[in-house]
Write a protein that binds this ligand. Structure first.
Ligand SMILES: *[C@@H]1O[C@H](CO)[C@@H](O)[C@H](O)[C@H]1NC(C)=O
Ligand SMILES: *[C@@H]1O[C@H](CO)[C@@H](O)[C@H](O)[C@H]1NC(C)=O
Ligand SMILES: *[C@@H]1O[C@H](CO)[C@@H](O)[C@H](O)[C@H]1NC(C)=O
Ligand SMILES: *[C@@H]1O[C@H](CO)[C@@H](O)[C@H](O)[C@H]1NC(C)=O
Ligand SMILES: *[C@@H]1O[C@H](CO)[C@@H](O)[C@H](O)[C@H]1NC(C)=O
Ligand SMILES: *[C@@H]1O[C@H](CO)[C@@H](O)[C@H](O)[C@H]1NC(C)=O
Length: 290
């Protein structure tokens, strides 16, 4: 009876994988937290754990009291450190330094086991996946430029050298009641280009402004990974005339851009997808800005 319940407990422990998403910026370091319940009698030489990505490239490996740097894949060599004083408490977190866009969307998994000393490898904590971390990497857009062209009655909003592709929203403020009005994405013409070398985006978004009871026009550029929004506002030279927004359909400029990501062993093209536009006013599924 006792043996059965202990076995059941270990099964539960081995099956509980802690799943986490972490977002960071290129060049930064990030600790992937992970802790396992370790028996009080265990020593470091009874511990084995390793971290690897979904392509089985190893980030960090520890076995019987020693780091195993030879197991580490070149993608991660010299970039990953663990916390040796913490390990005996079951803290098998690792820190990835100098994060690059190549690390974006990688899923890192930690596997661990604890076994008894001596010749026979009897596990006190069976081998299992205990943690999973998905890494989202961004490059912040530094500035947004909003230009209003009175001759062509257009406004464009531009930004560049960021990642991933930003989400654009246009907002008007009414002259009299100060209420705000979001522009329908179909009335926005947005093009985003990705640099084939460094994968950074440049974006231009254009709308028509044919005058009207609006006090100002605002362009919002949102980085979904950093959850940061850059805002530019232009105060319009109002005429008193009533007007309505032009109804021309915005061009659909979307599509996932291809990013070259070296994978383990060979080079492979992965289609990189940025998430669909979120929190926008309603639009049919196949039209919109992004
Ligand atoms: C594990 O160690 C890291 C590095 O010292 C620390 O930041 C983290 O808080 C520790 N986690 C736990 C659960 O103690
Ligand atoms: C990141 O890489 C640069 C050189 O590319 C190096 O000078 C720096 O020490 C690295 N930082 C870390 C935290 O590894
Ligand atoms: C503000 O005024 C505009 C145009 O005059 C109108 O369409 C809009 O509904 C008004 N908003 C509010 C909150 O009253
Ligand atoms: C992290 O980045 C992902 C991918 O861009 C995004 O979906 C998610 O909302 C971000 N999380 C936070 C907390 O900003
Ligand atoms: C983004 O930040 C806003 C506050 O600026 C917050 O309300 C929202 O929950 C955040 N979104 C995510 C996905 O974390
Ligand atoms: C503002 O609008 C008025 C009336 O439409 C026009 O006469 C004036 O030249 C405009 N000013 C600028 C700076 O465009």
């Amino acid at each position: 009876m006792f043996v059965v319940s202990v076995a059941y407990f270990l099964l539960l422990v081995s099956e509980a994988t802690v799943v986490l998403d972490v977002n960071t910026t290129v060049g930064e370091s990030m600790t992937f937290p992970c802790t396992l319940t370790i028996p009080a009698t265990a020593a470091l030489k009874n511990l084995r754990f390793y971290w690897q990505d979904k392509e089985n490239c190893v980030l960090y490996s520890f076995n019987e009291g020693r780091e195993m740097p030879n197991h580490v894949h070149k993608l991660y060599r010299g970039r990953v450190t663990a916390f040796s004083q913490e390990m005996i408490r079951g803290n098998v977190s690792v820190k990835l330094n100098n994060i690059t866009l190549q690390d974006n969307q990688k899923v890192f998994e930690a596997f661990a086991s604890v076994f008894e000393s001596g010749g026979t490898k009897r596990y006190t904590v069976p081998h299992g996946k205990i943690c999973q971390v998905t890494l989202h990497v961004a490059v912040p857009y530094k500035s947004v430029n909003l230009a209003v062209h009175e001759e062509s009655m257009t406004a464009d909003c531009t930004t560049k050298r960021g990642f991933p592709k930003p989400l654009v929203t246009w907002r008007f403020q009414h002259l009299y009641n100060k209420s705000q009005h979001l522009l329908d994405p179909r009335d926005v013409d947005t093009t985003a280009e990705q640099d084939p070398e460094d994968h950074l985006y440049r974006l231009k978004s254009t709308i028509e402004i044919s005058g009207g009871p609006y006090q100002s026009v605002t362009c919002l550029i949102h980085n979904p990974t950093l959850n940061v929004t850059l805002i530019a506002t232009h105060v319009l030279n109002n005429s008193e005339a009533e007007w309505s927004l032009p109804g021309w359909a915005g061009a659909l400029i979307a599509a996932a851009a291809a990013v070259l990501i070296p994978s383990c062993g060979l080079l492979a093209y992965h289609v990189y997808r940025t998430p669909r536009r979120a929190r926008q006013p309603s639009s049919s599924p196949d039209t919109g800005m992004l």
